[in-house]
Design a protein around this ligand. Sequence first.
Ligand code: NDP
Length: 285
Amino acid sequence: MSEIINGKEVAKSLRESLAAQVVELNKRYGCTPNLVVILVGEDPGSVSYVTGKAKAATEIGIRNTTLRYPDTITEKELLDVIAELNANEDIDGILVQLPLPKHIDEDKVIKAIAVEKDVDAFHPENVASLWLKQPGTQPCTPKGIIKLLKTTGVEIAGKEAVVVGRSNIVGLPVAKLLLDNNATVTVAHSRTHNLAEVTRRADILVVAIGRERLVTADMIKPGAVVIDVGVNRDSRTGKLCGDVDYDMAKEVAAYITPVPGGVGPMTIACLMENTVESFIKKVTK
Ligand code: NDP
């Protein structure tokens, strides 16, 4: 029977310490961090993520604005909005909620955000700094996962870590951060032969696939730490669920994150931390 890693609680305590930090920053510099979130279209998932981000920012004392545009906005119009926000010294963080409509080149949009305001850390320069171990902004979900592991007291160094998924926003950067924390890392993906054989080697198993219950209890080494990044709709209940068969896996793992209430809240809390850090870099430069 495993211990549940309460991402909600860890995220709450990070948000509280950020709120206290923002009060101090306001006393010292006479202003607070400022985040702008851009939402294109009406996708319910994106609307809900953006609402969560605005709520967290407000709670911490981060000024925030959500700019909403119809999905008919052209790429040029969106790039012009970003250029204006880049030029505005009062703005510390710019986030474009993904995915964007097909007629807009996401890579171009991400690249257009000023690197020092790129609080999602998807800009190629921030990606490069992660891989080159240079100062830069770390992507929110991977950063949140490492914080969750450390807060739980999980020793990463020397452990066998398996990451299932190799996307640019989750799988690959998580693998890099685990490697930087001296784990021995294997990255598995859709072409991995015998996934179960690979996942059963993991002391730390991070799953970022996007398929409900793909990882079953027999794929988990007894006593492993399981981090479930996936966010899916349970086809049986219609509720949110992860990639791991949680009810069975928790009988085998030593620690496990629930969905919802695991990685998700950490992603938002780390976004807020990145915004505060971006503000601090601006006012101290
Ligand atoms: P992607 O679709 O970009 O990547 C999915 C990865 O899973 C790919 O690398 C793919 O392999 C791999 N994969 C797919 N099917 C299998 C399979 N049968 N066996 C092994 N590997 C497989 O997704 P993301 O990385 O963007 O997101 C993953 C999940 O995490 C989603 O559910 C997403 O909603 C969630 N998410 C949650 C966040 C949070 O804050 N909680 C933040 C971001 C994402 P291949 O490369 O070979 O195609």
